[in-house]
Design a protein around this ligand. Structure first.
Ligand code: MF3
Ligand code: CO
Ligand code: CO
Length: 286
């Protein structure tokens, strides 16, 4: 996800044109999106107590490269700190970490943890960006609120995706997401947004996960972007840790996120990053 417009703007639909892509771009995105989704499928059995997030990241990088992909996040520049590029092939964000968690061999998963794994792969120049939530161990060991948060975040993402069609606006998309989250008493993170994507990682437009119907950019066939709501169980406020990347909830309540990369078609939406294994939301196996 991209940081929302503050002092420095890296994704801003009002300042950059929104690319319109043709059929060969859809082909490229199908392949890149599929590899990103397969990468998450591949590491799903590794998500268990005692495994470190560093080990999962290592498996992610190996799988991408074995399939002709390049991990897009390794060396990704920090927007304010020139000497602090992102160091890993994935972001792994556990419990109250909202996003951009840095994988580490010191960070071992334990039963009852919830986590987001976010991968972006470059395949033949096209970017596929997707994330899912995972739970560690037996579902009954995960606090009920966290389980409800994950389910709600999944449903919110899909409500946003279902709102995508030519003639709809990004306000319609954001509103659909916000409505699902807030109906459960949860809050939408404002500080990060989805983004245009294609032959670049973060492009216009900026895709807010909240909004008003009828407002914002009007969607046209050939637009590509991510929908990646971050929903907090408590308040929406976040802060960034001293490592410059890891974002956590201010109130230390859990956070959840799912992400798909989509394209606007003539009659609706195509999701490029669906799981070939059918891993939609946790638990993924018994
Ligand atoms: N994959 C993230 C997104 O959804 C971006 C991660 S950039 C990184 O946009 F540098 F933090 F890896
Ligand atoms: Co993204
Ligand atoms: Co992502």
């Amino acid at each position: 996800m991209s940081r929302m417009s503050r002092a420095v703007i890296d994704v801003d639909g009002t300042k950059r044109p929104v690319p319109i892509h043709g059929p060969e771009a859809f082909e490229g995105m199908r392949a890149a999106g599929r590899l990103a989704a397969l990468t998450l499928d591949h590491v799903t059995p590794l998500v268990r107590a005692g495994v470190s997030t560093g080990e999962i990241d290592q498996a992610i990088e190996r799988f991408m490269r074995e399939h002709g992909g390049i991990p897009a996040t390794i060396g990704y520049p920090h927007r304010e700190q020139p000497n602090n590029p992102f160091p890993a092939a994935s972001c792994i964000s556990v419990n109250h970490v909202v996003n951009h968690g840095i994988p580490s061999f010191e960070k071992k998963l334990k039963e009852g943890d919830t986590l987001n794994i976010d991968v972006t792969v470059i395949l033949d120049g096209w970017y596929g960006d997707t994330s899912r939530m995972f739970i560690v161990g037996r579902p009954e060991k995960v606090p009920v609120k966290a389980r409800r948060l994950i389910k709600t975040t999944y449903e919110a993402m899909w409500a946003g995706i279902r709102a995508v069609r030519p003639g709809a606006t990004l306000g319609d998309v954001g509103h659909a997401i916000q409505k699902v989250a807030e109906a459960q008493g949860f809050s939408v993170v404002r500080d990060f947004v989805g983004h245009g994507i294609g032959r670049v990682f973060h492009d216009a437009p900026e895709v807010r996960h909240f909004g008003k119907p009828g407002e914002g950019l009007r969607l046209e066939p050939g637009m590509f972007f991510t929908i990646e709501p971050m929903i907090n169980a408590g308040r929406a406020g976040v802060k960034i840790l001293p490592d410059g990347w890891t974002t956590v909830t201010r109130d230390r309540e859990p956070s959840a996120q799912f992400e798909h990369t989509v394209g606007v078609t003539e009659d609706g939406v195509e999701v490029f990053t669906r799981s070939p294994a059918g891993f939609e939301q946790p638990p993924y196996a018994s």
